[in-house]
Design a protein around this ligand. Structure first.
Ligand SMILES: Nc1ncnc2c1ncn2[C@@H]1O[C@H](COP(=O)(O)OP(=O)(O)OP(=O)(O)O)[C@@H](O)[C@H]1O
Ligand SMILES: [Mg+2]
Length: 621
């Protein structure tokens, strides 16, 4: 591979590879709000819609929200009142040099502040409960949805991207509900309250404070603009770094096989350097927001104190009042700061929510027809009648396929790679629906059979094996959950898996992890076959089920399966043609068409494509 430049890498890893978000060290931190995700923050496309939909998740807690609001108000009132109490304390005790009752006044002051702290605590606890409940429901909805989406969704979406909805996007939503919204609302209450108090105390001094608002707003906007810009850039760089790491971790074997370690390090350094640069800028602009605003507010503070001092000296204002006022003027700038800082987080969380809702809105597997039938027993008579199909409707993959499998027959599909063999099996259990023609089982169109029933009656060993985290026993039992241990063992014997399982450290109780990483490829296949053998489905599909198994074991499986297949309609796909010799009918697929059909002997006789595949010779006429 030619060396890729930073631009290539950034583009490729940001758009195509998962942007599984970083967690922990990158999150929060000083320097203002940042989305935690590796996914680009950005803004939602339809803010109003996202907000109202998010609200539907917390609207169930209306009463609690009301209580939160009340405690928020109480907290602000306590803080304002606490500050205000300095006025009589200053005027009546400190300025007057009177100590009598001073302690009492201080105690009351402490009481008010304590009240505020309690209110803040209760409000935070309640809000935490609301946000966690809401987030739990969103996660549930998303997971439920994933179970209902068609295979097409998984065939076209990037896994990492789906994962990042669960991690970053939902994390950001959580942060927003729990943190940012509270900050913005309590900030607004405090802003209004402080302003009202200031106006009531001294209109002229209030005007000085208010005069600084445009400066705050402008400063916040300019710095905020840079901050957001670099924040987005930083998120993108983070996404690229994460994508790169993920790929090198999962592809480590290939990297080693082709000696790509050094190139990888070099490429990673490029991405990492880029991330450092963007992160520095982003954190710089996020970080200067506080000091700039702080100093501006000091200026307003000094001016208020100076002019207020003159007013006091002239006898137009009391010293206690001034103490309180300068306090308020300082408090006044804080919420402005707070609100502007939370906006970035809120927008990136809303964008995340939009991505989550986007999946929730995806079209599900077409629901069963209202009059869909639920036959009690299926015999396994399968007919494909002029079936035409393409994953993409304008690119036909299977052309005019017709075939008939009587109950108990064994039908084989052979043909070159990419001919469409797996595709045929994808149609039988309705992973995909056909565009033209009909598929019937026992004379019923498969579209009219309940999906659950259909799938219950078709046992499949898929071309890509998959094992779940759990014991060997549990993994085989996946084929039929009510099977007894004896039945599981019997199925394992049928699949010739019993021998190797008993040699495993804990036999059937051995834990399998990471898709059965501790097993050989062939052993994984045997477990998948055992799973299908356990099922009592009348239709069995074996897609390259024994491709990684040695020929002797394959023979044994065949013998074991023969008994099993006796009353089942079986579809077998195999490149190793010796395994399909005894099939009742062999279909030779080429570029989506059945070009030859018949049993082994008939096809050899034909001296066509099958002969060529079987003998490795091209018959010259
Ligand atoms: N999910 C998909 N979306 C779009 N096209 C697909 C999809 N799966 C397969 N195809 C295309 O359909 C064609 C047939 O693929 P299929 O998997 O049926 O081949 P196959 O005969 O099973 O090959 P193999 O022997 O390699 O397993 C191929 O050209 C492939 O590119
Ligand atoms: Mg295939």
């Amino acid at each position: 591979m030619a060396k890729r430049t930073l631009e290539d890498l950034a583009r490729q890893y940001n758009s195509s590879v998962s942007t599984n978000g970083p967690r922990g060290p990158m999150g929060g931190g000083p320097g203002g709000p940042r989305g935690r995700g590796g996914h680009m923050g950005g803004k939602p496309k339809d803010t109003k819609k996202v907000v109202s939909r998010l609200f539907s998740y917390i609207s169930a807690y209306k009463l609690r929200l009301l209580v939160v609001l009340i405690f928020m108000l109480l907290n602000t009132v306590c803080s304002l009142a606490g500050s205000y109490m300095l006025r009589p304390i200053m005027n009546n005790y400190i300025a007057a040099g009177r100590l009598e009752g001073f302690l009492y006044a201080l105690l009351v002051l402490a009481g008010v502040y304590l009240c505020g702290v309690c209110a803040a605590y209760i409000q935070a606890r309640l809000m935490l409960g609301i946000s966690q409940n809401a987030v739990e429901r969103i996660r549930n909805d998303l997971f439920n949805k994933l179970q209902k989406l068609p295979i097409r969704f998984y065939d076209t979406e990037n896994n990492g991207d789906i994962m990042s909805r669960f991690t970053n996007d939902i994390d950001n939503i959580d942060m927003m509900i729990n943190n940012s919204i509270v900050s913005v609302i309590s900030g607004t209450i405090s802003l209004v309250g402080t302003f009202a108090m200031m106006v009531s105390m001294n209109i002229w001094l209030t005007l000085i404070t208010v005069a600084f608002i445009p400066i705050f707003a402008l400063g916040g906007q300019v710095i905020g603009k840079f901050s957001r810009r670099y924040n987005t850039a930083q998120q993108a760089a983070l996404g690229a770094v994460n994508g790169y790491i993920e790929e090198t971790v999962s592809g480590q074997k290939v990297i080693k096989v082709f000696n790509h370690e050094e190139t990888c390090v070099e490429e990673f350094n490029l991405l990492n350097g880029d991330l450092r640069e963007k992160q520095m800028k982003s954190q710089f602009y996020g970080g200067i927001m506080g000091p700039v605003m702080g100093n501006t507010s000091q200026l307003s503070y000094a001016l208020t104190a100076g002019i207020g001092g003159i007013l006091v000296a002239m006898g137009w204002f009391d010293i206690g009042g001034l103490t309180v006022f300068v306090n308020y003027s300082k408090q006044f700038s804080m919420p402005i700061n707070q609100i502007s800082m939370q906006m970035t987080t809120i927008f990136s969380a809303l964008a995340g929510a939009e991505r989550v809702f986007n999946i929730l809105d995806r079209e599900e597997e077409e629901p069963d027809a209202i009059d869909a039938v639920d036959p009690e027993k299926i015999m396994g008579d399968v007919r494909l009648d002029h079936v035409t199909f393409g994953y993409n409707p304008d690119k036909v993959i299977l052309k005019d396929i017709s075939l008939y499998a009587k109950p108990g027959q064994k039908i084989a599909f052979v043909g070159s790679t990419g001919a469409g063999k797996t595709t045929v099996t994808n149609l039988l259990n309705r992973f995909y629906d056909i565009q033209d023609g009909t598929i019937t089982i026992d004379g019923m169109n498969i579209r009219d059979i309940k999906r659950v029933t259909l799938r219950k009656n078709i046992a499949m060993v898929l071309q890509d094996t998959h094992l779940f985290t759990g014991t060997v026993m549990e993994n085989i039992r996946y084929g039929r959950l009510d099977a007894t241990d004896e039945e599981v063992i019997q199925a394992a014997k049928t699949a010739s898996a019993h021998g190797f399982i008993t040699r495993l450290e804990n036999g059937y109780d051995t834990m399998l992890e990471g898709d059965g990483a501790n097993l050989s490829q062939g052993q994984r296949q045997l477990l998948n076959i055992a799973r299908a053998a356990l099922s009592k489905a009348p239709i069995l599909v074996l897609d390259e089920a024994t491709s990684s198994v040695d020929t002797r074991t394959e023979r044994l499986i065949e013998q074991g399966m023969d008994a099993l297949m006796k009353n089942r309609t079986t579809f077998v796909i195999a490149h190793r043609l010796s395994t399909v010799r005894n099939a009742d009918a062999i279909m030779v697929l080429e570029q989506g068409e059945i070009i030859e059909r018949g049993n082994h002997d008939q096809l050899l006789e034909l001296k066509g494509r099958y002969y060529e595949l079987y003998t490795g010779k091209k018959e010259l006429d």
